[in-house]
Design a protein around this ligand. Sequence first.
Ligand SMILES: *Cc1c(COP(=O)(O)O)cnc(C)c1O
Length: 392
Amino acid sequence: MGMNDIKRRDAQYVAHTYARFPIHITEGEGSVVTDDEGKEYIDLGSGIAVNTFGVCDKVWQKAVIEQLGRVQHASNLYFTDPCVRLAEMLCARTGMSRVFFSNSGAESNECAIKAARKYAAQVLGTDYTTIITLKNSFHGRTITTLAATGQDVFHKDFQPLTPGFVHATPNDLADLERLLNENRCAAVMMELVQGEGGVRELDAEFVKGAERLAHEHGALVVIDEVQTGNGRTGKLYAYMHYGIQPDIVSTAKGLGGGLPIGATMFNEKTADILGPGDHGSTFVGNPVSCAGAVSILERIDDALLSRVQAKSNMIRTALTGAPGVEEVTGLGLMLGVKTARPAGDVVAECMENGVLVLKAKDRVRLLPALNIPEEQLQKAVKVLRAACAPKE
Ligand SMILES: *Cc1c(COP(=O)(O)O)cnc(C)c1O
């Protein structure tokens, strides 16, 4: 299908919820994707932080294909190997106690919210239902995770949303404390780097303080690591930068390396809150997705994480102070670039010149594969740097 053809048919048959870039991706290898005319792009977006080791990574592919040759789905009525192995690995690497698998980020948060509500009802009282999230946050597109999302633009056409969510100002402990005092709270839930909100990392002091205040009020600390998780920020999970111990961690995007999977991890305190019949989903714990995730997680070791950090430093050094670059934010290979030019223009110019970057709010967002070859990264950053420079 050529560009015009696919564009017309997409417009006719696919719901109009996405503003797509005019690129028809047909294949790829590693951090390079190819369009229908054979033009190559260095991909600094990884399908929104999903393709952890790029496109068609051989090790991941082998794990997935091997599992496809055994059984592709069994349902949660039976035991399967990859699901248990993945849960065991996640617990060993985080110190969490148990995992519920799901299919997406929104679902992993939905599970976290259900568990927090049940915990609070059991431990604090049935009126302890409020969940505090942060302004400018993003937690998903279901009616409940939209309610959790602290951005009005996502809310307006979908009222009434699930009640029981209030939004605190990021990095403002006094505001959080006020909300904890004014409401009977089940949990404080936050992203440590607000991804969709413009790649804004929270202050360490705020995060530590939020953990302390939440626990003083008996509320749980829920960390949404859907985007920040799985090595993205230079640690296995972003909370590991902050010296906190969450009660619940949700993750998704990069965990499956390109196949849909989400996970909600519970610590000792929350491990037994959800019991038989409390939660479930037909597709979850899918052996193929889990086999892919096991192979991804096995390779996110200290050596890889230190290379993620080195690449992050390289990007920051190249962009900080460059003409038209006002600020670089984020952690690891999750970076936001505030540009003097409109971010959309910078994205378009990069695309023209063979580099795919994303946007988040008014910023250019970078989420390259964790194993992007240094040479490709340098080449792409050069293109981005030139695109940021103010035009006559
Ligand atoms: C992407 C994202 C979600 C939603 O994940 P889906 O897989 O799109 O449902 C939730 N929280 C954060 C922080 C995200 O970045």
